[in-house]
Design a protein around this ligand. Structure first.
Ligand code: PGA
Length: 252
């Protein structure tokens, strides 16, 4: 049965000393809460992976990366491969975040390639999908999400599919303070689960955790997480404050 998951995406924030403070404060805060019902994942920028991974050894959270190269190892200056991540004890990796799609022109085909490389290294992909405001207002959101899911991940065999996590992040809700309502989130999450059921079967659909992302905070998390198909959250801004992040993780 699928797990409750809360993942923190630090994005391109913090210097080394600040990252050190934040991860230690997450570790201390975690000791005050019971988080047995949730898998907590921290996704720092690449240079801080080792730092976060060291702290994770004695703490109740996993380490994730925010991106991975779409190629194996070799002459790709500035890129980070899935095998490098694996060698640094990274267990999860975000792929296809809307900021990567927007600023770095990542396509669904790139996302599919990255997912294959991650799975080969036994790293769990967290694949992000979500529509823009314009797409929602013109009622194209279902179509957009269907295409992202089909082209990004439906090439997988059932046994690989059920190892993956999907995050629904409406672009209009990311970093804007404008959260989707619990009904809007549930509607899309149920839609994604139905797509998985149709492509594979109900067992696979029930195994895949589907996270909500976009201005999730300690005030709105429990409402969102109470919905049947919302299995947790991908948290941006609020993951930069230890207490807020852990409170969100305890909102199930
Ligand atoms: P936000 O970001 O929580 O700051 O809206 C979420 C995300 O982009 O993963």
């Amino acid at each position: 049965m699928r797990r409750n998951i809360v993942a923190g995406n630090w994005k391109m924030n913090k210097n080394f000393a600040e990252a050190d403070d934040l991860i230690n404060s997450i570790e201390e805060t975690l000791r005050q809460y019971d988080t047995t019902d949730v898998d907590i994942i921290v996704c720092p920028p690449f240079p801080f992976l080792e730092l976060v991974s060291d702290v994770s050894e004695d703490a109740n959270f996993f380490v994730g990366a925010q991106n991975v190269a779409k190629f194996d190892n070799g002459a790709y200056t500035g890129e980070i491969s899935a095998s490098m991540l694996k060698s640094m004890a990274v267990d999860y990796c975000i792929v296809g975040h809307s900021e990567r799609r927007k600023y770095f022109f990542e396509t669904n085909q790139d996302v599919a390639q990255k997912i294959d490389l991650l799975l080969k290294e036994d790293i769990t992909p967290i694949m992000c999908v979500g529509e823009s405001l314009e797409e929602r207002e013109s009622n194209k959101h279902f179509e957009v999400i269907r295409k992202q899911v089909e082209e990004g991940i439906f090439h997988l065999r059932a046994e690989d599919m059920q190892r993956c996590i999907i995050a629904y992040e409406p672009v209009w809700a990311i970093g804007t303070g404008k959260t989707a309502t619990k009904e809007q989130a549930q509607e899309i999450h149920a839609f994604i689960r139905q797509l998985i059921r149709e492509k594979y079967n109900d067992d696979v659909a029930q195994e895949v955790s589907i996270l909500y992302g976009g201005s999730c905070n300690p005030k709105n998390a429990s409402e969102l997480f109470s919905m049947e198909d919302v299995d947790g959250g991908l948290i941006g801004g609020a993951s930069l404050k230890a207490k807020d992040f852990i409170e969100i993780a305890c909102s199930f």
